[in-house]
Design a protein around this ligand. Structure first.
Ligand code: FPP
Length: 234
């Protein structure tokens, strides 16, 4: 009985997913342009990924740009694209050295050509990294991902198992997220990992993403570790 209870307790998550919300509000509070908030968010993302892998987490997925975010003003998108370019130019080598594999999920055809090439090169250079996988969701939408998989299944003309269906998703081969952290007060999924988060534990915080510290990551991890995960069983 005791053993069973221990088994169902969550410990260190294998996969953490993060919705990095609140960059705009962080900038507004400081009378800065939104682009300054996104830059602070990128710096925080780099630090946070490092902390997450140092805790023994295997996979970390960061929501950097949703399909719906693509309707933001062009000026804001251009600012984000510049940050993505900078990120890939400056960080791929470090990830390779740390043996972290980079993986991009989302519809690459929605992105500027040069970013598509940078993301492909980043994936190729870091392929086989054994210490962890950093997944960046860029131009990603959960419904669009599911729809593309359904259309592929229809083309194949046969009924699929759950595992076969999951293998048609962008996240093919990755574990489902155990813990999803959303910063910036809102408590919703916003089209992120809809299929994959069926049994994910959620941690919502009002902290704006650029302020999400290592200390708060540890708070989220302790909160997670104390949860009992039953996956629908008793
Ligand atoms: C949502 O906050 C955040 C985004 C749409 C962009 C997130 C991007 C980053 C953190 C930079 C990531 C960089 C790389 C290289 C992957 P918001 O702008 O909607 O904030 P608000 O709700 O306060 O307006």
């Amino acid at each position: 009985m005791k053993k069973k209870q221990t088994e169902t307790l969550a410990r260190i998550p294998r996969h953490i997913a993060v919705i990095m919300d609140g960059n705009g509000r962080w900038a507004k509070k400081r009378l800065l342009p939104r682009s300054a908030g996104h830059r602070a968010g990128m710096n925080r993302m780099i630090e946070l990924a490092e902390c997450i892998f140092s805790r023994g987490v295997e996979c970390c997925t960061m929501y950097a740009l949703s399909t719906e975010n693509l309707s933001r003003p062009q000026e804001e998108l251009d600012g984000l694209y510049s940050l993505f370019r900078e990120y890939f130019r400056k960080n791929v080598e470090t990830l390779k050295k740390k043996e972290i594999a980079l993986k991009i999920i989302g519809d690459a055809s929605l992105l500027p050509e040069d970013i598509r090439l940078l993301t492909q090169a980043g994936e190729e250079k870091t392929a086989g990294g054994k210490k962890g996988t950093l997944v960046l969701a860029i131009g990603y939408g959960g419904r669009q991902e599911i729809l593309a998989a359904v259309n592929e299944a229809v083309k194949r003309g046969k009924q699929l198992t759950e595992a076969e269906f999951a293998s048609l998703l962008d996240t093919q081969g990755l574990p489902d997220p155990d813990l999803l952290i959303r910063t910036g007060k809102e408590q919703r999924l916003s089209n992120f990992l809809l299929w994959q988060s069926a049994y994910t534990e959620f941690y919502f915080t009002e902290t704006l993403f650029p302020d999400f510290s290592e200390k708060e990551l540890d708070r989220a991890l302790s909160d997670y570790a104390a949860r009992e995960r039953r996956f629908g069983k008793i």
